[in-house]
Write a protein that binds this ligand. Structure first.
Ligand SMILES: [Zn+2]
Length: 246
């Protein structure tokens, strides 16, 4: 039998290296995007419970839309959770304080809303700590949960969150991320009704003009889910229903 030549062996070895590198890159990509897996620390995308409880969460802001959002929540009679950016709190400090005064929960959505992938530890620390300080200045006293911009995280962010005892919160229902659903408040409501489960964390964006249909959908979502027997909780209240995350 003819022995494989040296060049065939070398080629085979490089092919193997390539496969390992590609698998590693694929794994890192999945890990960065995953809503319920982090290398370190606690991440919650949904609370494991049979009780019909859900949390409505809003990302970004505060902006000049805040009074309209608060009015809709007031009419609906629920408390929600707002993941705000530090930079927008600095621009609209009164809006941030009004969210706290209305009894809603505030979470940290970073200072400048950049992707937290391939960023230095000092950048990550600065983005998180500055925003926590601004949230305290707005008067919020509860636990400050963290939601990564774009839901993206790799190694250093989870490590920093873990080391400082912070919990990352993502979501399991995202009606306004689908370009076809987001066009119309009725389809936003229908998407939530179809996808909600006990313990769900619903992500919405209502702070910009482009999100008028999402803002319009708030009251419809609350009444549709109430008819299904659901109660609305803040994320911290919701987390008390389950010991784990999914
Ligand atoms: Zn965001």
């Amino acid at each position: 039998m003819k022995r494989p030549s040296r060049s065939v062996k070398v080629t085979a070895r490089w092919a193997l290296y390539l496969v390992i590198v590609l698998l590693g890159a694929f794994g890192a990509f999945q890990m960065m995007r995953s809503r319920n897996f982090m290398l370190f620390g606690k991440i919650v995308s949904r609370v494991e419970t049979d009780e019909k409880v859900v949390a409505l969460t809003f990302d970004d802001g505060p902006t000049d839309k805040t009074p309209e959002v608060l009015a809709a929540l007031d009419r609906a009679g629920i408390k929600a959770t707002f993941f705000l950016t530090g930079r927008e709190i600095e621009t609209e400090p009164d809006a941030a304080a009004s969210i706290v005064a209305a009894g809603h929960q505030i979470g940290n959505h970073s200072y400048s809303h950049q992707r937290f992938v391939f960023k230095s530890l000092s950048f990550i620390r600065d983005e998180i700590e500055r925003t926590d300080a601004l949230i305290r200045q707005a008067g919020f006293e509860g636990e400050i949960l963290f939601r990564p911009p774009y839901g993206k995280k790799l190694v250093l962010l989870p490590w920093y969150l873990h080391r400082t005892g912070r919990t990352a919160v993502t979501w399991d229902v995202e009606p306004d991320s689908d370009p076809e659903v987001v066009e119309d408040s009725e389809s936003i409501i229908a998407h939530v009704v179809e996808n909600v489960q006990p313990g769900s964390i619903i992500l919405m964006h209502v702070m910009y003009d482009s999100r008028a249909e999402s803002l319009k959908a708030i009251e419809g979502i609350v009444s549709a889910l109430r008819e299904m027997g659901y109660e609305f909780k803040t994320v911290s209240e919701l987390m008390e229903y389950g010991s784990g995350s999914r």
